[in-house]
Design a protein around this ligand. Structure first.
Ligand SMILES: [Zn+2]
Ligand SMILES: [Zn+2]
Length: 559
């Protein structure tokens, strides 16, 4: 295929640029009015204390949804949640065929099955290093190393130039599972000519190299060998190489392994589907493990980030039905603290320590974890191999992306730019430039419902959490006279001996009654006018009492 005049090649991030999470990247080819698109990754990000009740956050697909018929395919680089987690939520809006390597496809099918979409969505498995042609895009997978099986970079050849979309990667010379980074493929691509490299920025501030899973294996082995009581080890379930290392260290020290937590069990099944974790002793169930002597068992647990419902949190709370840890036992955290999770992790670790459990974390035992993302020396090597004309950093917060631009410039890359979500970058023809700004944002999954960012329900919840709630109810007869009430009740508002809450509520009720009596007869016949008057009076009085603005709910009954 060759380019015709008017054709353009564009890159459009709709998630993952200016944040670490919810990666959602688009490439478009053709004249502006008739572009064909491919989507690379469709991930989620997670809520925090600022989004009470919202755990899953999705990228807003509004722009591309309008062009859904022009999406040639959705290609998934690897199975981390920030790359595939939104597929089951957003696929119905995009309806495009899905492409992934076998391990990723296994987990994807599970997600689609849970969402009842497996019959509708079409998933095509691509072998590692395989090639796939979607209209003007010829996509070849490049095997990389990361912290999950089957991480792929994409060489995307188009009539206007080749893009290297790295996905998540590091250069691990000994990843334990899977092949090392396919340097030759990247160098060959560099020889052929790379127009643009769209690249992971997570560790751009970290000098040196991320380190190898093989080093972690040695550290885990040494540590597990010297521990005596029960051992719980926590790591990301998706890091199958890490699981494998912990399992082998346990076996070498005559301990049976028990998987605790649903995602551990799911990931072990996914790993086995592609031939990993194949030559290890069978796992024991948590019920069986309870009968083993303390020094003959190792629990491999979910919950390294302090997730409240995960296995480790239940162990720490003493509410797990089968696993209990105490004096003389150990807990190994073979993971890092994801920014934002500091407080829940600290709480979890304090609870475990309180039970007498000794803690072993990356902070005191630096060998227990390595990052899955490239540090500066690795980034430099990637630029030397690929030699792109344009650097487009992604997978980072603003500061990461801008530092990555600086690094690329230092490495003599001719052009470097850091688009924000929604910035459409024309990569060719001509200089790389941002040519348009389209809708981008977040959607919140609130109680299973996809809602706009900061939608009404969450706003009210947040408001109520900080300010409390007052309910005012009154019963009026047909002529608008008060039959009973007004009555005011409170949720989340304080009182004390000098001014008990009941007195405050009585005062609020008096204010409400006064406001009601001031209304004309006509207005008293109008529910809306009554509600407004009650609400206004109670809000004003509440502010006088508490200097807060509680949520006020009014009910008018007609008797
Ligand atoms: Zn990843
Ligand atoms: Zn990622």
């Amino acid at each position: 295929m060759t380019a015709t005049p008017g054709d353009e090649l564009v890159f459009l991030p709709l998630g993952g640029s200016n944040e670490i999470g919810m990666n959602f990247n688009l490439y478009g080819f053709g004249p502006p009015q008739a572009r064909k698109w491919i989507v690379v990754d469709l991930g989620v990000t997670f809520g925090d204390q600022t989004t009470p009740g919202v755990e899953i956050i999705l990228p807003d697909p509004t722009f591309i949804e309008a062009h859904a018929k022009d999406i040639l395919g959705i290609v998934l680089t690897h199975a981390h949640e920030d790359h595939i987690g939104a597929v089951a939520w957003l696929w119905p809006r995009l309806q495009a065929p899905l492409y992934a390597t076998p391990f990723t496809a296994f987990l994807l099918r599970e997600k689609l099955r849970e969402a009842d979409l497996l019959d509708e969505a079409q998933i095509t498995e691509i072998p590692l290093s395989g090639t796939l042609t979607l209209g003007p895009f010829e996509i070849t997978l490049i095997t990389l190393t990361h912290s999950i099986p089957e991480p792929n970079g994409l060489a995307i050849r188009t009539p206007l130039g080749t893009i290297l979309h790295t996905g998540d990667w590091k250069i691990d010379p000994d990843p334990l599972l899977g092949a090392p980074t396919d340097q030759d493929a990247i160098r060959r691509l560099g020889d052929e000519g790379v127009l643009a490299m769209v690249c992971d920025s997570t560790n751009v501030f970290v000098d040196g190299e991320a380190g190898s899973e093989a080093q972690v294996r040695i550290a885990l082995n040494a540590l597990i060998g010297q521990l005596k009581g029960k051992i719980a080890a926590a790591c990301f379930a998706s890091n199958v190489a890490r699981m494998d290392s912990i399992i082998r260290a346990a076996q070498a020290n005559d301990r049976r392994v028990c998987l605790v937590g649903r995602s551990m069990i799911r990931m072990a099944a996914a790993a086995r589907s592609v031939g990993l974790l194949s030559d290890i002793a069978p796992f024991v169930t948590d019920a069986e493990a309870g009968y083993f002597p303390a020094d003959k068992v190792l629990y491999l647990c979910t919950g390294s980030q302090g997730e409240p419902r995960a296995a480790l949190a239940r162990v720490a709370d003493g509410t797990h039905p089968h696993v209990n840890l105490g004096q003389g036992d150990a807990c190994i955290f073979s993971s890092r603290i994801i920014p934002g999770n500091e407080v829940p992790i600290r709480n979890l670790q304090n609870k475990l320590a309180d039970r007498g459990v000794r803690l072993y974390t990356e902070r005191d035992h630096p060998g227990l974890h390595v990052s899955g993302h490239p540090c500066r020396d690795e980034l430099k090597r990637m630029y030397q191999w690929a030699r792109p004309q344009i650097a487009v950093p992604t997978h980072g917060e603003r500061r990461h992306l801008l530092e990555h631009v600086n690094l690329a410039r230092d490495l003599q890359v001719a052009q470097a730019l850091a688009p924000r979500n929604g910035d459409m970058v024309r990569l060719a023809p001509g200089q790389a430039t941002i040519i348009d700004e389209v809708t981008a944002g977040r959607l919140y999954v609130d109680a299973g419902v996809v809602t706009p960012e900061n939608g009404e329900a969450l706003r009210e919840r947040r408001h109520a959490a900080f300010n409390g709630v007052l309910t005012v109810s009154v019963a009026l007869d047909r002529k608008g006279r008060i039959a009973s009430g007004p009555q005011v009740r409170a949720l989340g508002l304080p009182g004390d001996a000098d001014y008990p809450l009941d007195d405050a509520l009585d005062d609020l009720a008096d204010e409400a009654e006064t406001a009601l009596k001031k209304l004309s007869g006509d207005d008293r016949g109008d529910d809306h006018a009554v509600e407004t008057a009650l609400s206004r009076a109670v809000k004003k009085a509440a502010f006088r009492i508490w200097e807060r603005r509680p949520v006020v709910e009014t009910t008018v009954l007609r008797v």
